[in-house]
Design a protein around this ligand. Structure first.
Ligand SMILES: [Zn+2]
Length: 424
């Protein structure tokens, strides 16, 4: 396997990573281009534009006598905290928070969602999927595409639009427009907005709920109810439009996490089974666990590769330390796997058999003993020719993911890596 000489991504990274003649991947190249672009952006001008735009929506909604100036889709994570704080505290709008409950929640996720509602004093509408539907969809999509979290993404990407129509609120405010940043399809198109197609391609693996209404799936309209997109007539009548804050404000996930921890008491995980990054994706049980492990079983790399590559690109981690992180985390069997297997009534052998046809033969090989093994690892490519030439200067190496240990001591000792479902 060929590996990027700057970060730690393998050549089979999805979707469509390409490694150039210097051995550097398209994700790293696109990150460079993006950095140059972002440094030239007139941020104060963009912020003025945002302030004016949200002000206009606010005025129009109030003229109509509608109590809600905009909709903010929230999961309870650090981005949700930042979005709500920005819109409510900085721009003075009254947002309606909208959340989709996929029912595979962690205690920490529920705690953080409650925290937003409480600290920022907002109304929240939450759609809770029937637990049986969630399990049926997860099981079917596991078999079909090796993904147990399709309904998470379909729900958070669709239910807010349904709410926009229902409550007659045209403006939806999303956080970061970053679907493809990891592997480098970032395009410099200004002010990209939310679309049905983008949601389907990037978040729903190309499937609309209509595509799952099949005899073989056994899924019903009731199971899939929150994922049907509103009609064009409804969208036009309300004038629904989804903007991304990252097009208007400089977006730095790490400083934002630190800001919401300090200012709003956002709580992070204490540790993770499959990555060193404790900030992201705290809200659901499988995002960092089984969901990510399935990616590893298919393509031979996981979230530690994603997170470490991102740190390398920001100059916050050396490639050598990134490789150590990959070795430590990428192969780890996550604790939530048993929770999932018990809940859907499946054995590990059955799950592995379902994934088998999805294993990428460019990295996985089945031994004579029937066990699957990776045929290569970035660990074998520490000192490849070209690594030195591709190296970025370290600006901030090994800066710890701070604020957590101190806070943890001061707060209730919550086991935030807890793997149990909390329904509501
Ligand atoms: Zn790279």
């Amino acid at each position: 396997m060929e590996y990027c000489k700057r970060c730690v991504y393998p050549a089979n990274t999805k979707p469509g990573l390409v490694i150039d003649d210097d051995g550097v991947c398209s994700g790293c190249r696109s990150f460079e281009a993006k950095t140059i672009f972002l440094n030239q952006v007139d941020w104060p001008g963009r912020e003025r534009k945002l302030r004016e735009m949200v002000g206009e929506y606010k005025a129009r909604q109030r003229e109509k006598g509608n109590p809600y100036d905009c909709i903010i889709p929230v999961s309870g994570g650090k981005d949700s905290h930042f979005q709500v704080y920005t819109i409510k505290e900085r721009y003075g709008l009254n947002p309606l928070l909208v959340s989709y409950n996929h029912t595979f929640n962690t205690p920490l996720g529920i705690r953080n969602l409650t925290n937003i509602v409480e600290k920022l004093d907002c109304n929240l509408v939450r759609f809770t999927t029937a637990p049986g539907s969630a399990k049926r969809i997860a099981k079917y999509m596991l078999k079909r595409v090796g993904d147990v979290t399709w309904h998470y993404h379909a729900g958070i990407m669709t239910f807010p639009i349904r709410a926009a129509v229902q409550y007659d609120v045209p403006l939806m405010v999303w956080g970061e427009e970053g679907f493809s940043e990891l592997v480098g399809m970032y395009n410099l198109d200004d002010f990209v907005e939310f679309t049905k197609k983008k949601r389907q391609e990037h978040s729903m693996r190309g499937f609309e709920p209509e595509d799952l209404l099949l005899e073989e799936s056994g899924l019903t309209r009731y199971d899939l109810a929150p994922f049907f997109y509103p009609s064009d007539e409804d969208l036009e009548r309300v004038g629904v439009r989804g903007i991304y804050l990252s097009n208007y404000l400089p977006w730095d996930g790490r400083s934002q996490a630190e800001f919401v921890i300090d200012k709003l008491d956002f709580e992070t995980a204490q540790s993770r089974d499959r990555t060193f990054n404790i900030y992201a994706k705290n809200d659901d049980i499988h995002a960092n666990g089984l969901h990510d492990y399935l990616k590893y079983l298919k393509f031979g790399y996981g979230r530690a590769t994603d997170d470490a590559s991102n740190e390398v690109r920001h100059g916050r981690m050396s490639r050598e330390r990134a490789i150590d992180m990959v070795i430590k985390y990428d192969h780890v069997r996550p604790g939530d796997m048993d929770v999932f297997l018990n809940s859907v009534g499946m054995t590990e052998a059955e799950l592995l058999a379902m994934v088998e046809p999805m294993r990428d033969p460019s990295i996985w090989k089945k031994g004579a003993d029937g066990a699957w093994r990776v045929t290569d690892s970035v660990a074998n490519h520490r000192d490849d020719a070209g690594v030195e030439a591709a190296r970025l200067p370290l600006t901030d190496d090994n800066r710890p993911f701070t604020r957590t240990p101190e806070k943890a001591g001061a707060r209730a000792q919550r086991d935030s890596n807890q793997t149990e479902y909390v329904l509501l």
